[in-house]
Design a binder for this molecule. Structure first.
Ligand SMILES: NC(=O)c1ccc[n+]([C@@H]2O[C@H](COP(=O)([O-])OP(=O)(O)OC[C@H]3O[C@@H](n4cnc5c(N)ncnc54)[C@H](OP(=O)(O)O)[C@@H]3O)[C@@H](O)[C@H]2O)c1
Length: 287
């Protein structure tokens, strides 16, 4: 029976996930952090114990989350092994999207089970993170033997999840980065183009935001293929030619990006609305 949950690293995710667990009737045992102040703060919010000594936290917990910044996870795990403070059968989890449970491999020499449990969400502050966790999708990967323990926690929390293999973790993380980070890049591309016609970025953002929001809602309701509208979906070849002409004139360094995404958008349009073979051929040549 795994019931004593401890955290090493009392930052945003460690604290917010601890509060979330407490709210859903799990008992958080306590926190150890680089600074004792952070451990005190997180333990007050979770009615748990702040630990000054790592060994004391570890001997009181059967599930240990390492929620430090990514670069520290492996070092903390090595420290747990070197100081001989792990117990056979303990479950060690990190919450990073960037690496698999293999980061915790050293803990296996002590008979522990290792996992990565990643909330697919961006957490900028603790209060908002606790609210956002309700609708957050998780992925989990690691040792097969006790994965049911993690799955049961997620089921009790009421969060949807997906089990990955260690090899799949990197493609999963790349996907999350493309969708989140490249979306930011795409919006900045648009704002820069508006700038070329004299619309400063703040105003440009206010102008574009309802369009962005409407598009996201359409994707949510219809899926990407059906959500696609605009000249490529309609096969309006002359419009696309005009776009490229004016981009070449006002922002020549932005043409390549337009064409690369145009090519990808054409592939999407072909899956749904665009069936005219001549127009598809012409657009392919333009891009
Ligand atoms: N933030 C996000 O959006 C997000 C989303 C999904 C997953 N994650 C993952 O969640 C994990 C934590 O991220 P975060 O955003 O919560 O980071 P964070 O707010 O920077 O917190 C990291 C905490 O780790 C503590 N720490 C650093 N080195 C330590 C050590 N050697 N021993 C003990 N404690 C140590 C720090 O303690 P002190 O405060 O005491 O200095 C700090 O509070 C990362 O693996 C990250 O990839 C983050």
């Amino acid at each position: 029976m795994y019931v004593h949950i401890g955290f090493i690293g009392a930052g945003k995710v460690g604290t917010a996930f601890g509060i979330y667990l407490s709210k859903k009737c799990f008992k958080v045992t306590g926190y150890y952090s680089k600074t004792f102040e952070s451990a005190i703060k997180a333990s007050k919010l979770t009615k748990s114990t702040p630990y000054k000594k790592l060994s004391n936290l570890c001997c009181n917990c059967d599930i240990i989350f390492i929620t430090t910044n990514d670069d520290e996870i492996e070092k903390v795990c090595e420290r747990l092994v070197q100081e001989n403070i792990l117990t056979k059968g303990q479950i060690i989890i990190h919450m990073s999207g960037a690496s698999s449970s293999k980061t915790l491999n050293k803990a296996k020499t002590k008979g522990c089970f290792i996992y990565s449990l990643h909330p697919l969400q961006s957490f900028a502050d603790i209060d908002k993170a606790v609210t956002d966790l309700e609708n957050t999708f998780f992925t989990v990967e690691g040792d097969k033997e006790r994965i049911d323990v993690i799955e049961n926690i997620l089921k009790k929390l009421g969060n949807e999840y997906f089990v990955l293999s260690s090899e799949q973790k990197s493609i999963y993380h790349a996907t999350a980065c493309v969708v989140s980070n490249y979306l930011v890049t795409l919006i900045d591309y648009g704002l820069t183009l508006f700038d070329t016609i004299g619309m400063e970025k703040d105003k440009g953002f206010r102008a574009l935001y309802p369009l962005i929001e409407g598009t996201i809602k359409n994707i949510y309701n219809l899926g990407p293929e059906k959500a696609l509208t605009g000249p490529i979906a309609r096969g309006d070849v002359d419009t696309i030619k005009k776009h490229i002409e004016s981009l070449s004139l006002y922002a020549p360094d932005k043409v390549d990006f337009y064409k690369i995404l145009g090519k990808k958008t054409l592939e999407l349009a072909e899956k749904n609305k665009l069936k005219d073979k001549n127009k598809i051929k012409e657009l392919k040549e333009i891009f």
